[in-house]
Design a protein around this ligand. Structure first.
Ligand code: NIG
Ligand code: FE
Length: 413
């Protein structure tokens, strides 16, 4: 049954209002004390105090959840992941613990190349089953929408296979998946010194197939020293935009190349990582309305300085937070860890973190019209916490306190 009333919530977090929320607006998450929400056919039809709602709706006609002493929030949106991949790179992680760097492993022929080999070797069916398990783990953390990228194929067949796996999962699983084509994710040994040729291959041979088969909404590139330059990134992203794809960019992660500025120049929806983004890049993103997608578990895993999230918000940027789940730099989909680092190390308030994981993340994946806040007309993607206040999210450090997950009005976890 998809008709539902959740009532008596000690804190009903709506995240309502214009999206994205920038700067100070990120602190305004529209909490209703003793809140209630009405769902019909999987869509939110009313939000208010429990008193208001029960005076207008007869609770006998609905499935009821009593959320006394529990906070209720929009489902989380993990707006940057690489969830479809074969194999693992645990050995590389142990080398990094002993002092090797992410880029030195990549330059020695390891890194993404290893995951490409393993992903090419998996059948479509296997990739679907691998992805399915990962999606189920995400749901337990309250993630109801996820973005997933290709990028472990780097050839036509495997890029298409990864995107097809996501398309199948999107139709079979409750969680919504937004797909991103990340063909230019790495330079394989055979393309070393021939990066321009590889970019042309992606533009001429792969992008048109992705478009024709309707496999992705976004295009993305790893713009980084010794991977793809600003010029190569501009060329690829412009071609993708001309074909109707929206843009994301792995920008200024290890070296300050000017990826943030490029994102603003091209009107990208988001720029991601941004550990090294310049002051000017940050100002440009604020002006252009680019979502700054920060991935602190990656910085933590790589032992790098965190992106300057506090500075970005203080300079009127719209920030989103995501896990970056992938087999190399960040093998984690842990929302509790993400919240802990953002609050304790990056000095974001819990209100800002919630905005970054809901409505701003919805903008980052092009879904702000249907998810990211608890407002009339949106999908009933709702999470209920085990505790009465959002303050428990950072306080119960690293522990999952999501008790119930509602997707399209149905309790699924
Ligand atoms: O977002 N930085 C580039 N891409 C991924 C890592 C991919 C991998 O190492 O497999 C990231 O961190
Ligand atoms: Fe990434």
């Amino acid at each position: 049954m998809k008709n539902l009333i959740i009532k008596n919530s000690s804190e009903l977090v709506t995240c309502k209002g214009d999206a994205p929320k920038r700067g100070k607006e990120m602190s305004d998450i529209g909490i209703i004390k003793n809140g209630a929400i009405v769902v019909e056919d999987g869509i939110i039809v009313a939000v208010g105090t429990t008193e208001e709602i029960l005076s207008k709706y007869d609770e006998k006609n609905y499935k009821l959840i009593d959320a006394s002493n529990k906070a209720v929030l929009p489902g989380f949106i993990d707006s940057h992941t690489h969830l479809i991949f074969g194999g693992y790179r645990a050995d590389e992680f142990s080398w990094r613990l002993r002092g090797d760097t992410y880029m030195s492993i990549m330059e020695k022929g390891g890194g993404i190349t290893n995951s490409v080999r393993a992903t090419r070797a998996e059948s479509l069916e296997n990739l679907v089953e691998i992805g399915r398990k990962r999606l189920h783990k995400m749901l337990k953390f309250g993630v109801t929408t996820v973005e997933g990228k290709s990028g472990y194929g780097l050839d036509l067949d495997t890029e298409v296979k990864q995107l097809e796996a996501m398309k199948i999962l999107n139709s079979e699983e409750a969680i919504d998946i937004v797909s991103t084509f990340l063909g230019p994710h790495s330079v394989l040994p055979e393309y070393k010194g021939k990066e321009d040729e590889f970019i042309d291959f992606m533009i001429n041979d792969v992008l048109p197939v992705v478009k024709e088969k309707d496999l992705a909404e976004f295009a993305d590139i790893f713009c980084e020293k010794n991977v793809f330059s600003i010029e190569q990134s501009r060329k690829f992203l412009k071609a993708a935009k001309a074909m109707g794809l929206k843009l994301k960019i792995h920008a200024d992660e290890i070296v300050q190349l000017g990826g943030a500025e490029l994102a603003a120049e091209l009107g990208a929806v988001s720029a991601d990582h941004l550990l090294q983004a310049s002051d000017k890049g940050i100002q440009d993103m604020a002006k252009a309305g680019v979502i700054c997608s920060l991935l602190p578990i990656t910085a933590f895993s790589l032992k790098e300085e965190y992106a300057r999230g506090r500075y970005m918000i203080d300079n009127n940027c719209a920030v989103a937070l995501a896990t970056d789940l992938n087999p190399g730099s960040c093998f984690s989909n842990s929302i509790p860890l993400l919240i802990a680092i953002s609050a304790i190390q990056m000095k974001l308030s819990i209100e800002e973190i919630i905005t970054a994981l809901t409505i701003n993340a919805a903008v980052a994946v092009g879904r702000a019209d249907s998810v990211g806040s608890l407002e009339v007309g949106k999908k009933a993607d709702i999470i209920i916490l085990e505790y009465p206040s959002i303050n428990f999210l950072p306080y119960h450090v690293g522990v999952n306190i999501v008790e119930t997950v509602v997707k399209n009005g149905e309790i699924i976890s």
